[in-house]
Design a protein around this ligand. Structure first.
Ligand code: CDP
Length: 803
């Protein structure tokens, strides 16, 4: 008979499992400067790569003279497309089924494009040699406007046969990439034609950039003795990089090891394969020495994957009472020089068709035209699921504009159109099955928390005072209710380059009752080592503090599709719970043997298996683990390990209600965020403190995007915002105070009911900030203005309204 102290609450608390605000285990090393990032990796004899990049956005490359660079002491090689061509590596496939030049092959198509790769013994010598490479260019007409691209005689992609289909079907112009459609076009158009009220608007979500603090980079090292290529890099999907590297190089996949060490933020920027990786691999194979390539800030902003750049034309129809009857949308999507969007293969516009948002809209249509221009390629999910932030911005702006048309309060308009709790699982007009939600409860909680009626009264008083000339500051109340869609797979619908989007977890329990879990995902700051251990603690009854979580080494971790689009918790988190349950099933057999009862007569209880009806007779998980390795148990293999590969049956649909209260000075365009309330529902909450951190970070990135961050081009295709002097990164000074809150509506299909959360604040935050700006100026006639709402643009809008 065992001692029953400590009690069940003490035992649960000791585990630090699901629901515990456990401190992040990663932070001890990060806060002491003990992280290990790509640029920290140093290897004997290591060489350094640097790119010659195009100063022009569109030009023919007449000649490249590398002789002066090669003559510089310390330079080992200068690679051009001609050197890569015999290897078939001068072009590479993109994630979107297009192909992209690794090094300029005959022409350049955007400013900053990679033209030649210098390899030198010293990083500074490499930079000096870049200046000595003499490239002769012949300038060509530049197109930076996607609408102009579709009407221009200038053909950007001369490598593509003009009339040939693209990866996503027919192309109607040489600069056209695809038309992708979803929904019922004719019925939607009929509904709009006969509606009581129709709001129509062009909503532009400007081009921006994830701009992680650590730029992209890698160290490639070919061991010619054992034939093994090791690639360290800033990879959000290390296994995918291994497979792609094998397919491109012809090296057997078991001879490639990809390692993602600590990563200083990814936000989608580190999903794709960049020319720097390919050139570093070629250079290490040729020289037999390790080669490091780390881009600088300007290269990162100018040439690696951008985000957004969606021109969204919308029409939303409603009855006079405000019931929405239909939604129509056409997007002109500027993909830049190559279609390198990071979307699942079947979805060239990602999950944009979540654009019916939180609303019960009976009929809808979406068409997306992808277009080539002379801008950098990309189209990544910058802290959002694929194109979901564009969708949320679109519908949340359209709702505000419809409210203007109807002369109705925008909070009430949302309320009467929300999908009701009893409608879940809800089938949207554009083909999704929303898993769970309770939007009315969340909305009412949010409105009450900020005293919405009081705020509107204060706003009305302020408008009167403004009209009387007593103040020059207006108040805006930015409302948003968003629905995210995160957790790609399922495998049958979602793949990257043909690789199905499952994820995985492998667990080994050590004999003394501690454990290691390895996953196919990779944290870039999200705290996986903290939170995945918590899932396991609850599932297998071993304290989280005794569980090591390891990710990012393809030689040890099970195959997984990586971390982006908030897929870690919905997919790898589920794999972790299910691998834990496999451990538990075996532990049950061992416990029953040790307790000399039938398997069915023991039950799991927090950290042990106990005999049913006799809780004082139990074996702790530590005792069971010891027995698994040291005791012969008839019919049971020694050891305690499990692996689970999880193919999710559906995605998860987190949601939230955000309210931003902003003051705007019409004379300076300055803004002050007085209050920001963020209610998130991500289903079961694993770690409330980590969730709060994710929300704070995501909201600050949303603030950046809505209020200042932009990759802007001039008409020559020059990047005007290629440094952090011009590209807005908020510091603590600009960051407002956030009030966070939650409701908890578990996902019915996820093993622990959890949905993703990391990206929700970006998806919901951008429209909340933008709607606040619009709401402040709406009483004076503002209907729609383009982001980012920097001081100049706000001043300009106020000035144009005669304020
Ligand atoms: O894929 P990614 O890690 O970027 O996003 P996520 O799955 O939303 O998870 C971000 C962080 O929040 C992870 O550490 C999760 O474990 C944690 N999280 C949580 O504690 N509870 C949830 N319901 C969702 C995420």
């Amino acid at each position: 008979m065992n001692d029953l102290t400590p009690d069940r609450d003490d035992r649960t608390a000791k585990l630090k499992g699901i629901g515990c605000a456990r401190k992040r285990v990663e932070d001890a090393r990060f806060t002491q400067g003990k992280g290990n990032y790509v640029d920290d990796i140093k290897m004997p004899g290591m060489l350094f790569g640097d790119f010659v990049r195009s100063p022009y956005a569109h030009a023919r490359v007449k000649s490249i003279d590398t002789s002066a660079a090669m003559a510089l002491d310390g330079v080992v090689a200068v690679l051009t497309a001609k050197d890569l061509e015999p290897l078939g590596l001068h072009w590479m496939p993109t994630l979107a089924g297009d192909k992209q030049m690794v090094l300029a092959d005959g022409k350049v198509l955007f400013q900053g494009q990679e033209v030649a790769f210098v390899v030198a013994r010293d990083r500074y010598v490499a930079a000096d040699a870049v200046e000595l490479v003499d490239v002769e260019y012949e300038e060509l007409p530049v197109i930076t406007d996607p609408f102009e691209a579709l009407n221009s005689d200038t053909v950007l992609r001369e490598d593509l046969a003009p009339g040939a289909d693209g990866a996503h079907g027919p192309r109607r112009h040489p600069n056209h990439i695809f038309l992708w459609e979803q929904g019922d076009k004719s019925t939607t158009e009929e509904v709009i034609a006969s509606a009581d009220v129709v709001a129509e608007e062009m909503i532009y979500y400007h081009r921006t950039h994830p701009c992680p603090l650590e730029t992209c980079g890698c160290v490639a090292s070919m061991d010619k003795v054992n034939g093994k290529l090791t690639l360290y890099g800033t990879f959000q999907a290390p296994h995918v990089v291994r497979t792609v590297a094998s397919l491109l190089s012809g090296i057997d996949e078991h001879n490639i090891r990809v390692v993602s060490p600590d990563i200083g933020g990814g936000f989608g920027n580190k999903v794709g394969v960049y020319p720097g990786y390919v050139c570093s691999i070629v250079a290490t194979i040729v020289t037999g020495l390790p080669v490091k390539w780390v881009e600088d800030r300007m290269e990162n902003l100018m040439a690696t994957a951008f985000a957004r750049d969606y021109w969204m034309k919308g029409k939303i129809a409603a009855t006079k009472e405000g019931k929405i009857t239909g939604l129509w949308c056409h997007v002109t999507a500027d993909h830049g020089a190559f279609d390198a969007c990071a979307d699942p293969t079947k979805f060239p516009a990602g999950f944009f068709h979540i654009c019916t948002g939180s609303y019960d809209i009976p009929v809808a249509y979406v068409g997306v035209d992808g277009v080539y221009t002379n801008k950098a390629p990309g189209g990544v999910a910058y802290r959002c699921s694929f194109r979901v932030t564009e969708a949320a911005y679109f519908i949340e702006r359209m709702i505000e504009i419809l409210a203007i048309e109807l002369g109705m309060d925008a909070a009430e308009l949302r309320r009467i159109n929300f999908i009701r709790a009893d409608q879940f699982p809800y089938h949207s007009a554009l083909g999704w099955e929303y898993d769970s939600g309770d939007y009315h409860t969340a909305w009412d909680k949010a409105l009450e928390a900020v005293d919405y009626a009081g705020l509107r009264a204060e706003q009305a008083e302020r408008i009167e005072a403004f009209k009387r000339g007593e103040t020059r500051k207006l108040i805006g109340i930015g409302l948003t209710h968003f629905t995210e869609i995160v957790g790609a797979g399922p495998v049958k619908n979602c793949d990257i380059l043909g690789m199905g989007m499952f994820d995985s977890c492998e667990i080994r329990i050590h004999p003394t009752g501690s454990a290691i879990a390895r996953l196919g995902t990779i944290s870039q700051g999200q705290g996986h080592a903290t939170t995945f251990a918590q899932i396991l603690a609850t599932e297998i009854g071993i304290p989280a503090d005794k569980i090591t979580v390891e990710e990012g080494d393809t030689d040890t971790a099970p195959y997984g599709l990586g971390t982006y689009g908030s897929r870690s918790t919905p997919v790898a988190g589920a794999a972790t719970a299910l691998a834990g349950r496999k451990i538990r099933a075996k532990a049950q057999m061992i416990a029953a043997y040790l307790l000399e009862v039938h398997d069915d007569d023991v039950e799991f209880d927090i950290d042990r298996f106990a005999v049913k009806g006799a809780p004082e007779r139990f074996k702790t998980m530590a005792e069971i683990a010891y027995a698994a390795y040291h005791q012969a148990i008839p019919g049971v293999e020694p050891g305690l390990e499990a692996v689970s590969y999880y193919d999710p049956p559906n995605m998860t649909y987190p949601f939230g209600a955000y309210i931003c209260v902003m003051e705007i000075d019409v004379d300076t365009g300055e803004t002050q965020i007085r209050q920001f309330y963020a209610l998130d529902d991500c289903g079961t909450r694993i770690n409330p403190m980590v969730i709060e951190g994710q929300v704070h970070g995501g909201l600050t990135e949303a603030l950046a995007i809505a209020m200042g961050q932009e990759i802007a081009y001039d008409e020559m295709g020059n990047v005007k915002t290629g440094t952090l002097m011009d590209f807005f990164i908020p510091t603590a000074w600009e960051t407002p105070h956030y009030t966070t809150d939650h409701t908890e509506t578990p996902s019915p299909h996820h093993p622990i009911g959890a949905k993703g959360v990391g990206e929700s604040p970006n998806v919901g935050g951008v429209p909340a900030f933008s709607n606040a700006v619009h709401d402040a100026l709406r009483p004076f006639g503002l209907r729609q203005s383009h982001m980012p709402h920097d001081h100049w643009r706000i001043w300009r809008a106020a000035h144009d309204l005669g304020l």
